[in-house]
Each structure stands twice: as C-alpha cells, then as structure tokens.
Design a protein around this ligand. Structure first.
Ligand code: ADP
Ligand code: ADP
Length: 224
C-alpha cells in the first residue's frame, strides 16, 4: 500500500529530517511511528499525502509513484488519505455536522449523500447525538472524535494520525486507539505517530522507531 525507497528529506536550511528510509506498509496494517521529538515522525507522515516531497528516493502510495504525480492529481491523492492532528483543527464557528461535512462539500458531493455519509461517520465515533453542537461545548476526547469523523467521512483507504492522543488522558487515549483498531479491522491502513510508549506497547501492533531521521527498529507486532 505504501512504500518508501531510499527516502531522504532535507529541509531548507540543510537539516536532514529523514535519512535513507526504506519501508513497506501493507493494506490494512496498523503501524505506530515512534521516537523522540524531532526524530522525523511528522515528516514521515507528511510525505504520504505530499504535504512534503522527499529530497531523494521515492514514496509509492497505492501503486503510484508520487514523484510522477502531476499537480492536478494531488487533490485526488489527498482524498484517499485521511489526516488526524493532535490539535484536531476543527472550525469553532461551525457545528459538528458542518465540520465533518466540509471535505465532502468542498468536492461537491450531492446533498443527500453528504447527510448519509456524515451520519455514518459520526455514528462510527459515537457522536450522532452531538451533530448540532459546536466543538467548544465538547470535551477534548469528543473533539478528537469529531476530527476522526472528518478524516474518515470520505472513506479513505489510508488514515494518518499525528500524536492523536497528545492532549488526552490515558482512558480517552485508549478509547481513541480502539477506534483506530476498528478502522484497521475494515481494511484501512492506519499510521499513527506517537511517543506514548505505554499505550503503544499495550496494543501489540507494528512499531517503527526513528532516531534522528533513521529507522532504527521495525517491530512487527504480535497482534492477530
Ligand atoms: P517529530 O515529528 O518526530 O517531532 P519532525 O518530523 O516534526 O519530527 O521534525 C524532524 C526535524 O525536522 C526536526 O528537527 C524539525 O525541527 C525539522 N523540521 C520539521 N519541519 C521543518 C520545516 N518545515 N523546515 C525546517 N525544518 C523542519
Ligand atoms: P455504504 O457502504 O452504503 O456507503 P457506509 O458509508 O455506512 O455505507 O459504510 C459501510 C461500511 O464501510 C462501514 O460500516 C465500514 O465498515 C466500511 N468502511 C469503508 N471505508 C471506510 C472508512 N474510510 N472509514 C470507516 N468505515 C469504512
């Protein structure tokens, strides 16, 4: 599903955030990316929807070599990659429903289809009863679940999450991880950057460890 071949990422200014990265992630895998702050976790994630481009090497997503993708094809790629952020980036002047609907509306999905998909996504994160609420009235865990609903509303085959539990207590973090496990169960590839080693350890999924931009460990996991 996703392949990195000899990927280097050097930012302007010369800093090497990723060094000679080779890895392969299969469809329906759930993979954690861990390492200290600055190890390159976000950079690795950002190469997949082409928010950044590698300085060397190539990234292949769903059989497509991203270096050959024309500019006009990038929106199509991003539609297939749902993104979840630590600060969830919700619009606070829109309701929960409107936040989740936004990716569909931007791309001109028919009205009735929007309603159906938004409710399916909210149902999955257990927030159907909050569709008319404003994010400010929700708890941190609920806000993050709205962010997740927005990421899955287009039913992308790949889900990326950058420190999705960074602001949550352990119980809520575990709840969010259960949601990711459910997505994995329906065949979605889930890649999560996190430094919460306790939480990661308990889930027994594959763990990639980065140190100063190098992949120093690839633990295959023990989950069925
Ligand atoms: P992590 O997610 O593991 O904390 P990042 O991928 O965010 O690591 O960052 C890796 C390194 O690259 C850090 O040293 C960071 O300062 C640097 N970096 C990240 N983004 C940029 C950027 N846009 N320009 C320059 N340097 C950057
Ligand atoms: P429909 O297939 O009629 O569009 P739904 O939108 O409710 O109905 O989705 C049906 C099922 O497809 C979901 O319950 C889920 O198991 C699965 N599915 C496929 N892709 C995704 C995704 N990106 N996020 C969540 N579920 C998905």
């Amino acid at each position: 599903m996703i392949r990195f071949e000899g990927v280097n990422k050097r930012y302007r200014g010369g800093f090497e955030a990723l060094r000679n990265l080779d890895l392969e992630i299969g469809q329906g895998e759930m993979v954690f990316v861990t390492g200290h702050s600055g190890a390159g976790k976000s950079t690795l994630l950002r190469l997949i929807p082409l928010l950044e481009r590698p300085s060397q090497g190539r990234v292949v997503v769903g059989g497509i070599d991203l270096s050959r993708l024309r500019k006009g094809q990038i929106p199509q790629l991003r539609r297939r990659v749902g993104m979840i952020f630590q600060d969830h980036r919700l619009l606070f002047d829109r309701t929960v429903y409107e936040n989740v609907a936004l990716p569909l509306i931007i791309r001109g999905t028919p009205h009735r289809e929007v309603g159906r998909r938004v409710r399916a996504a909210l149902d999955k994160v257990n927030l159907l009863n909050k569709e008319r609420a404003y994010p400010i009235t929700l708890s941190g865990g609920e806000q993050q679940r709205v962010g997740i609903a927005r990421a899955v509303v287009s039913r992308p085959p790949v889900l990326l999450a950058d420190e999705p539990t960074g602001n949550l207590d352990p119980a809520l973090s575990a709840e969010i991880m259960q949601l990711f496990l459910e997505f994995r169960r329906v065949g979605i590839t889930v890649i999560i950057a996190s430094h919460d080693l306790d939480l990661i350890g308990r889930l027994r999924q594959r763990v990639l460890t980065l140190e100063q931009g190098r992949l120093i460990d690839d633990w295959q996991g023990a989950a069925a």
